[in-house]
Design a protein around this ligand. Structure first.
Ligand code: F6R
Length: 625
């Protein structure tokens, strides 16, 4: 969703380094979040200049081409994902505020009480040129700046305004009367500070400034940050100075946010998955022992829980559905997996004996955040499984387990999915260790197999040519079905989700056993169906049931695309195509069997000429409910 960049620095006249270019570069690194218009604001000869365009950043760059360099020390920029009002030039950010347009403001989030505030401002003589809720905030801050008591203090003006806003927001403002600073405020919406040498940055995430500095500062809930070239100061919405903001060094470098020779970020991220799984496991298993230093929840609490509830959305929820099988098996504790947006509104039975596991790559998904808060209000402890350091969910949870898979730029999640599953395996084994459900030697044996997974992931990736060819051959498909049982079921769901979101093909994932209760009616001659087959070395009944399912659909003319363990010859008579994966424990197979499905979706969307990394209508980080 919306991307925000702010910059305060020295006066730079060289075109490649002037503040507006710094902000444009930041915006292009935030493009992956999804957007439909973009804009920047600077001060020029002491006056606010705003340029904004509907559509991609290239439109904005074109509009700015050949412009004289401004003398601005500050700049703010925004990529907008439309909520209130269509993606037009007028609705794009920044918005001008004030009777003479003396302020510029960008906003991420939704101001829920914008309507009465707008009426109040109109009655006070302010004019509105957009349909957005954000313009209200621009005029409100500008009006505060008019008041003599404020004394031209942009930070105090912002503070007065945020007290009146309801909803979620990150706001950044610059004003003609305060030409050396950018003032930002955040509630329920992401914001991070980049600490430079003689310059400072603001961004929705660290990608906004990663090529300028690796030093970052977390901004807490309900805080206001003022950045100038030399200084960063933080206060709470109540005006109290904040002195304990967490400073950290960003682990990844700018090359992590580049395609590195791959046709898309998604293709690159798929091929990074062996390293991703290794990175998630790294430092947590040593000499057969499990260390989870981040586990800040007391062991006595973990021993007392009688239920685990996983809350997540989309791909992260599919990861939760995969690990449910492992955690229940190892810990003998019931695990419910619930879409975060459904969880909160059904009055769930949650108490201090419930452990809530919130899975979120971005750590900013509003639905998941609200579920976390609801669970905590009921007395539950929350563990966050996140990729983005310092993100809201990670900070608000009682403990956070980071994936360490590096930035995921493509909207469709791939390497974070594998990282989420691997992190949850660690969590499950840790709980089994603490609660005494497994003997140490059993845990060691499982961890030994876990450590072999990066190598096996690499084997699947090395064999990607077969699936790529299949995808290109099937580029005209209009419907693809996915079947699986046990851990293969969420894998089928994930395969279907990937195809829907990036290739815009009708795709459904089913539990294979459910087939004859309805979905088999969809099968007609030529219908492609992926089937994820469990290992024949696991529970025999599971394997033979899925083989029967393949026979059922084949008998009705389906084209069967079977993902099976190497050496499983039982599937061969009924498979039109067999895609092989290395053998592993049944519970670990989802880390391997999903990869051909990711490759299939990515290659098929590429063959269709679609924008694989930024599919239509989707945003990377869904920061509104
Ligand atoms: C699908 C996808 C989404 C996200 C979902 C949750 O490829 O990426 O379904 O998984 O929006 O996002 P996070 O994990 O950031 O909470």
């Amino acid at each position: 969703m919306c991307g925000i960049v702010g910059y305060a620095g020295p006066r730079r006249q060289t075109p490649s380094v002037r503040p507006v270019e710094v902000v444009l570069a930041g915006l292009s690194r935030l493009e992956y979040r999804g957007y439909d218009s973009a804009g920047v604001a600077v001060l020029e000869d002491g006056h606010v200049r705003i340029d904004k365009r509907a559509g991609k950043l290239a439109n904005l760059r074109e509009a700015l081409a050949g412009r004289e360099s401004s003398d601005s020390q500050v700049a703010i920029g925004h990529t907008r994902w439309a909520t209130h009002g269509a993606p037009t030039d007028a609705n794009a950010h920044p918005h001008r505020g004030g009777r003479h347009g003396e302020l510029a403001l960008v906003h991420n989030g939704i101001i829920e009480n914008f309507a009465p505030l707008r009426d109040e401002l109109v009655a006070d003589g302010f004019t509105f040129v957009s349909e957005t809720d954000s313009e209200v905030a621009a005029h409100l801050v500008a009006r505060e700046m008019e008041r003599p008591e404020i004394g031209g203090d942009l930070t105090e003006a912002m503070r007065q305004v945020v007290a009146r806003l309801e909803g979620a927001f990150t706001l950044l403002a610059i004003h003609e009367a305060a030409p050396d600073r950018v003032v930002a405020a955040r509630r329920n919406s992401p914001l991070v500070v980049g600490l430079g040498d003689g310059e400072n940055f603001l961004g929705s995430d660290v990608a906004a400034f990663i090529d300028s500095t690796k030093e970052a500062l977390e901004v807490g809930q309900d805080q206001i940050v003022t950045v100038t070239a030399e200084d960063v100061s933080v206060i709470g919405f109540d005006g109290t100075p904040v002195t304990d903001s967490k400073r950290y060094t960003i682990e990844w470098d700018a090359t992590a946010a580049q395609k590195g020779g791959y046709p898309s970020f998604m293709a690159k991220e798929i091929h990074e998955q062996a390293a991703a799984v290794a990175d998630t496991l790294r430092g947590r298993i040593e000499n057969g022992h499990l260390h989870l230093d981040e586990m800040k929840i007391d062991e006595s609490v973990l021993r007392s829980i009688d239920k685990i509830v996983v809350v997540a959305c989309g791909t992260a929820a599919n990861a939760g559905s995969v690990v449910k099988y492992a955690i229940e098996h190892w810990c003998r504790i019931p695990v419910e997996v619930e879409l975060a947006h459904e969880f909160r509104y059904r009055d769930p039975v949650v108490n201090e004996k419930t452990l809530v596991v919130a899975i979120s790559q971005s750590g900013e998904t509003m639905d998941t955040l609200m579920a976390v808060r609801h669970a905590q209000e009921q007395g539950a402890k929350v563990i966050a499984i996140c990729n983005t350091r310092g993100s809201t969910i990670a900070r608000e949870a009682d403990a956070a387990l980071y994936l360490h898979v590096g930035p995921e730029i493509a909207v469709a999640s791939t390497k974070a999915y594998l990282g989420q599953i691997a992190a949850c395996y660690l969590l499950g084994l840790y709980l089994a260790q603490v609660r005494g459900n497994l003997y140490p030697d059993e845990i060691q044996a499982i961890m030994g197999d876990l450590e072999e997974l990066p190598g096996k992931v690499q084997e699947v990736l090395d064999a990607s040519g077969q699936v790529e060819e299949l995808a290109r051959e099937m580029a005209d498909a209009t419907s693809v079905l996915f079947l699986g049982r046990h851990v293969g079921y969420p894998t089928a769901m994930e395969g279907a989700l990937k195809l829907k979101e990036i290739a815009y093909i009708h795709a459904e994932g089913f539990a294979a056993g459910e087939l004859k209760h309805g979905p088999i009616a969809l099968v007609e001659p030529g219908q492609p169906v992926f089937v994820i087959v469990p290992s024949p070395r696991g529970r025999d009944s599971l394997h033979s049931k899925v083989v029967s399912n393949i026979q059922e659909i084949r008998a009705r003319g389906a084209r069967t695309l079977v993902i099976a363990e190497e050496g499983d010859t039982a599937v061969e008579p009924y498979a039109d195509v067999v895609i092989r994966v290395p053998s592993t424990r049944t519970l670990f197979a989802p880390l391997l069997t999903v990869i051909p499905l990711q490759i299939f979706a990515c290659e098929l969307a590429t063959a269709k000429g679609l924008d694989v990394d930024q599919p239509r209508n989707l945003a990377k980080s869904v920061t509104v409910e």
